[in-house]
Design a protein around this ligand. Structure first.
Ligand SMILES: NC(=O)c1ccc[n+]([C@@H]2O[C@H](COP(=O)([O-])OP(=O)(O)OC[C@H]3O[C@@H](n4cnc5c(N)ncnc54)[C@H](O)[C@@H]3O)[C@@H](O)[C@H]2O)c1
Length: 301
């Protein structure tokens, strides 16, 4: 297939590009390298250093005749979105509309969109299902939710197909510290430098850590499945931050201890996502437990 990956020089996008190329797809990347890097660029992919908001992306759509767009480029920093709501909305909403307009104009059949647990906010009924209420606590969560709704409305109006994947906390090599799941990257770097990390609060807050290889498999499955679906991509296993640190310590065979600081205002106490719908619709299941994912990551670092 002819595939466009926006954000294909970033953490998740570059891993998807690598797998698509392994499977002999024709891959083109649009990335402005704002957080991505050429170090992650697969040399078998076509590459355009461009912003997704740029009107000249039309020339690429016209020439390449894409079948599918994996639209991974985004402003991903929730704290930054709170400081600069305009910039966040401009990239995540207007940038997505620019992609959708070009898909409509050049008859691209399907968009695969990475959404986030951030759209749910603080939900008490766990695990969080796709039908749960959405109540984002940041403009980032809000802009992801708005982009989802633009995609669904474009699908209704113009017959595009889509799969929306709502990721839990993704971790793996090539991840930046500023993204949604910075905690693994932050602890990882501390353990590498043998410096003591800090946990905010008592460490009993839970998250759902999904390994990049499982996220890539879910994305690949959308090439043939998941039509007009919204799916959580998660392990459905709540893990405390204390447990995360202990698993990382054992992976590094480290004796470092952790220090504790005051809980951060607005931090969600418990969060994990139900993945049954993705299991059923994509015929996908996560293969990596947290420890297995960390060990896999360690073996490649
Ligand atoms: N990492 C997670 O845990 C997580 C969880 C949920 C959703 N997501 C979503 O997955 C996607 C990828 O996230 P990531 O963690 O790989 O982030 P990342 O920052 O590593 O990758 C984003 C890529 O997009 C590029 N980019 C950013 N703005 C752009 C623009 N205006 N024009 C062109 N390129 C631009 C960056 O240079 C980078 O290469 C994002 O849409 C993010 O919202 C990530």
């Amino acid at each position: 297939m002819n595939v466009l990956v926006t954000g294909g020089c970033g953490f998740i996008g570059s891993h998807i590009v690598d797998r698509l190329i392994e499977q002999n797809h024709n891959v083109t990347i649009i990335d402005n390298l704002s957080t991505g890097t050429l170090d992650y660029l697969n040399s078998n992919a076509g590459f355009y250093k461009l912003d997704i908001r740029d009107s000249s992306i039309s020339n690429i759509f016209k020439e390449k005749k894409f079948d599918v767009v994996f639209h991974k480029a985004a402003q991903i920093d929730a704290a930054k979105s709170i400081k600069d709501a305009y910039f966040d909305a401009d990239v995540n909403i207007m940038g997505t509309i620019n992609i959708l307009e070009n898909m409509k104009r050049f008859n691209v059949k399907k968009i695969v969109f990475p959404s986030s647990a951030a759209i749910y906010g603080n939900i008490e009924n766990l695990p969080i299902k796709e039908t749960s209420t959405t109540s984002p606590l940041s403009f980032y969560g809000l802009s992801k939710l708005a982009a989802e709704n633009y995609i669904i409305t474009y699908a209704k109006l113009f017959g595009l197909d889509y799969t929306i994947l709502r990721y839990a906390n993704v971790y793996g090599l090539r991840q930046g510290a500023k993204g949604e799941c910075g905690v693994v990257k932050i602890f990882w770097d501390k353990l590498l430098k043998e410096q003591q990390p800090t946990i905010f609060g008592d460490g009993l807050q839970t998250r759902d850590f999904i390994y990049i290889e499982d996220v890539v498999s879910a994305n690949i499955a959308t090439l043939s499945k998941g039509s007009k679906s919204i799916l959580n991509i998660s392990t459905q296993v709540p893990v405390t931050i204390n447990k995360l640190f202990n698993e990382m310590k054992s992976t590094f065979n480290s004796s470092l201890s952790v220090s504790y600081a005051n809980e951060r205002v607005g931090d969600i106490k418990e969060s994990y996502l139900c993945n049954e719908k993705a299991l059923h619709i994509l015929n996908w299941r996560p293969k990596y437990s947290l420890l297995k994912g960390l060990q896999h990551m360690y073996s490649f670092s």
